[in-house]
Ligand binder design. Structure first.
Ligand SMILES: [Zn+2]
Length: 480
């Protein structure tokens, strides 16, 4: 996995490489368009109706989390799950990612996780289950019919691994990503649960509500996807979150904390080393990025934006982490800044507009990278330009499921070639100056919806009045 680092780094580095001065192209009517009255400003046509991909399952999570002095967590998770598909269900399928890092599943880890499920109950009755890798299957003794609900209670203990991935701990700090049983989406008459992979995000969840009761034995700073965690932290409390794709928690030992309020949103930077100047620089670029994305795309969806300068560059609702790329050494300060900007942009493209990151990873990664590029062009007072040459040897489309890419090339497709392809469509239609407005309309149409490639392309074609699919040859595989 370490071999991948250089390639992923290059994908991130593209964020800055791709920006260079280029001539501004004036907006003009595309001569190839068949509609003579085509006007670049008349895109918000009333007749376009966005379609959301149905999640099939719906969940409300109520979880209690207790951490003892030795770093062992005791979890009692109660989830109300509703069948919003058209099928009867015989079983429920969850992601249970802590199990990936146990000794048997990750023998390479010197400090693996410990995971022990104490009991699983459905509507109060103990039930059979199977746990293999990150797939937790729970049998239903009575079929769950459409629109019916069950209550699933899972009691388990875990410790975090060291050098895990997202779900991990280091010498001082604890990072609880995907730490609870997360119900999968259900579509095309089956549970949409793919195998875990060490690269990319192989879990896909719908928007859910959360109530997390926590109790800590140590003095740690708790940072979470909720807006109601405050600094300094209380040792116990209740964290609430609504319409979140997942619920993230980090527990930090004596971080350096900087806070700043921008238009009702509190930005908090949590540094874990002594580089206080760097933490301040991060606050500056994060503030500029938040302001730009709010002005350009639409409102940031939370009241707090927490930036933790430790661990893998990664987005979670209301929280981003940034320091390294897939277990690399910490990145340099310029890459760190671009990483923070990238993860902040995900708050819109992942956090509010959802997509399946296994089957359509380019939709959040490509568009997030694209939006980050727009920010940097704005921030540095330059015109946006993308270097097509970097990705010219990549012959596959960008919207394949993750298992159809080699680990080495995956990022180049989903981060790199994807945004080049999208940019070219705007160039070919002389609509370069419409990209910010496009993102704004995309956000307006799809907030709290799930998009797939076909729906995105349908929207793009409507927006740019495209009347054929030739623009997507060579980079998008369209369903026939
Ligand atoms: Zn990303």
């Amino acid at each position: 996995m370490k071999k991948q680092t250089g390639i992923i780094l290059s994908a991130f580095a593209c964020i800055s490489f791709l920006i260079s001065g280029c001539g501004k192209t004036e907006t003009s009517v595309n001569e190839n368009e068949k509609i003579p009255s085509f006007s670049i400003n008349s895109h918000d046509k009333a007749e376009f109706v966005p379609k959301s991909k149905a999640a099939g399952s719906e969940a409300k999570y109520k979880i209690s989390l207790e951490m003892d002095k030795k770093g062992k967590f005791r979890i009692n998770s109660t989830t109300h799950i509703k069948n919003i598909s058209t099928d009867n269900w015989k079983e429920l399928v969850f992601y249970f990612i802590p199990n990936i890092f146990t000794k048997s599943n990750s023998p390479e880890l010197a400090t693996p996780s410990y995971v022990s499920i104490k009991s699983i109950k459905v509507d109060g009755k103990k039930t059979e289950f199977s746990l293999e890798k990150d797939t937790l299957k729970i049998k239903l003794s009575n079929k769950l019919q459409p629109n019916d609900e069950v209550i699933v209670n899972v009691q388990y203990d875990f410790t975090l691994p060291k050098r895990g991935l997202r779900f991990t701990a280091n010498e001082k700090n604890f990072f609880l990503a995907q730490w609870y049983p997360m119900i999968a989406t259900y579509r095309e008459h089956k549970w949409n649960k793919e195998d875990y992979r060490v690269k990319g995000e192989t879990y896909h969840t719908a928007f859910s509500d959360f109530e997390i009761q926590y109790k800590l034995s140590n003095n740690l700073t708790i940072i979470s996807s909720s807006d109601n965690d405050t600094y300094p932290s209380e040792r116990s409390g209740v964290l609430i979150g609504k319409d979140l794709k997942e619920f993230y928690i980090a527990l930090l030992k004596e971080p350096n904390v900087i806070e700043k309020k921008i238009g009702g949103i509190k930005i908090r930077v949590f540094g874990v080393d002594k580089r206080k100047d760097l933490h301040s620089d991060i606050m500056e670029v994060a503030s500029d990025a938040l302001t730009y994305f709010q002005d350009t795309i639409g409102p940031y969806p939370h009241k707090q934006l927490d930036i933790i300068l430790d661990e893998l560059g990664m987005e979670y609702p209301g929280v981003v982490t940034a320091s390294s790329i897939y277990r690399s050494a910490p990145v340099d300060s310029d890459i760190l800044k671009s990483m923070v900007v990238h993860e902040i942009a995900h708050q819109w493209f992942y956090g509010v507009i959802s997509n399946d990151p296994y089957h359509d990873a380019w939709l959040d990664e490509g568009i997030t990278s694209f939006a980050s590029n727009l920010f940097y062009a704005h921030y540095q007072g330059k015109e946006i330009s993308m270097n097509e040459e970097l990705f010219k040897d990549l012959t596959l489309p960008v919207n394949l499921p993750l298992d159809e890419y080699s680990l080495g090339e995956q990022s180049s497709y989903i981060y790199g070639k994807s945004q080049i392809g999208l940019w070219k469509v705007f160039q070919e239609n002389k609509a370069e100056r419409q990209v910010e407005n496009f993102l704004r309309k995309y956000y307006e149409n799809y907030k709290y919806k799930e998009v797939d490639t076909n729906e995105f392309i349908r929207f793009l074609k409507d927006y740019l009045n495209l009347n054929n699919d030739s623009y997507f040859n060579g980079w998008i595989k369209l369903d026939k």
